[in-house]
Design a protein around this ligand. Structure first.
Ligand SMILES: Cc1ncc(COP(=O)(O)O)c(C=O)c1O
Length: 396
């Protein structure tokens, strides 16, 4: 695609196929505003309220005058709290100086790639990947190299495949466990192996952990637990999914000192810090250790109910997610690609999902569905998806 002459080339790099992945969901939202009765499972936004103590902490912070510029890398008390939380999660000490507060995980990961990769560098991503990664990686000029994982292997991380894709230009590898869109969880041994490999080869390992609290079968495993490999590890996290706080735009990155310094300079240029009152409320979220367990149980129930209903069709293939919020469905047996399937499902069955082309070239035959609302609604959505698929499969 040719960019307009008056715009920079970065505008082309951030306008790949993935930028169109939300069109079906956007159209569904427009129809819903006009009164259409649609089950919208197309955005990664939990159908849950932010916990009350966090909302109260926000009001208190505003009343207490926390409405000023905050220190660029974040409020000291919040960085301390994030470090404590990370030390608890990784069962290994994390220092506040190694934390920078960002505008959601998205802001954190974008800033990270501005700071670590540029033209001439290659960044390995595992496909199916979170749809914003191509723009994030290539905005600064780096090239994205995809390594495709297999449905038949439950999208298991294949370190040999990754090694085969590494060249002397490889600057970073992104892992995302539990993953969006496939719900895959990387096991302890593979996490250690990839962390060691990256450290030995001086390659950054960027670990996107926004679904850390949505592991249903296993413990969440982070490479950051390995102190010996930390020189090359960057963790990305946020409160969006763990605490139903997508709209708060509260995230952070954890990494080595020189990386945090670079991120601070970047933040100074890009946003001059993050809302002070939101940071104060975020402390309340991180100090509360019960919400994440409650949310985990809710999502596990929703996942089970939804997947059980989807199994009623043997024309739909998927790997039951071990974590996260989504199921990635192979809809090839319908005779449609994911995009055609998603549009027709919206028109004919009033269910909104995301077509898979945004998750990698090899995934245009899939759709992503978020199990993000109550079980009854999810079962109804699954019934409609099954009915629609069966109808098409029999026509074909
Ligand atoms: C894998 C992954 N990383 C990052 C993000 C961005 O999250 P945040 O709301 O914290 O910016 C998302 C949001 O859907 C995600 O799925």
């Amino acid at each position: 695609m040719m960019g307009h002459k008056s715009l920079s080339t970065v505008t082309e790099r951030i306008s790949g196929p993935a930028s169109k992945a939300w069109d079906v969901g956007d159209e569904a939202a427009r129809r819903m505003l006009k009164g259409a009765d649609i089950i919208h499972l197309g955005v990664g936004d939990p159908d849950l309220d932010t916990p009350k103590p966090v909302r109260e902490a926000l009001t208190k912070a505003i009343e207490a005058g926390k409405t000023h510029y905050a220190p660029i890398p974040g409020e000291y008390a919040l960085r301390d709290t994030i470090a404590d939380h990370a030390s608890w999660l990784y069962n290994a000490p994390v220092k506040a100086e190694n934390v920078i507060v960002c505008n959601g995980a998205q802001g954190a990961i974008f800033a990270t790639f501005q700071c670590i990769a540029e033209k001439g560098d290659e960044v390995i991503v595992l496909e199916p990947y979170y749809a914003t990664y191509p723009a994030v990686v290539t905005a600064g000029g780096a090239t994205m190299v995809s390594v495709e994982l297999d449905l038949e292997e439950d999208y298991k991380l294949d370190i040999e495949k990754i090694k085969a894709a590494v060249t002397d230009k490889t600057k970073a590898i992104i892992i995302n466990s539990p993953s969006n869109p496939a719900g895959a969880v990387i096991d302890r041994e593979a996490v250690r192996d990839i962390a060691k490999f990256c450290c030995d080869n001086q390659i950054w390992l960027v670990s996107d952990e926004v679904y850390w609290s949505h592991c249903f079968e296993d413990d969440h495993i982070s490479p950051y637990a390995h102190i010996e490999f930390r020189d090359y590890i960057i963790v990305i996290n946020s409160l969006s999914k763990s605490h139903a706080m997508t709209g708060w735009r509260m995230g952070w990155a954890i990494g080595p000192d020189h990386f945090i310094q670079a991120m601070t300079n970047y933040s100074q240029a890009a946003q001059f810090g993050i809302n002070q009152f939101v940071q104060n409320a975020a402390i309340a979220a991180l100090k509360d250790k019960s919400t994440t367990g409650e949310f985990n149980a809710i999502f596990k129930g929703q996942r089970d109910a939804f997947c059980e209903e989807l199994r009623q069709s043997n024309h739909l293939s998927f790997s039951k997610p071990r974590g996260g919020m989504f199921v990635l469905l192979d809809v090839s047996a319908s005779g449609l690609n994911g995009e055609e399937f998603a549009w027709r499902l919206l028109d004919e069955e009033n269910v909104a999902v995301v077509p898979g082309f945004g998750f990698g070239e090899g995934f245009s035959h899939t759709i992503r569905i978020g199990y993000l609302c109550d079980e009854e609604k999810l079962k109804e959505a699954a019934k409609r998806i099954v009915r629609f698929t069966e109808k098409l499969a029999h026509q074909g």
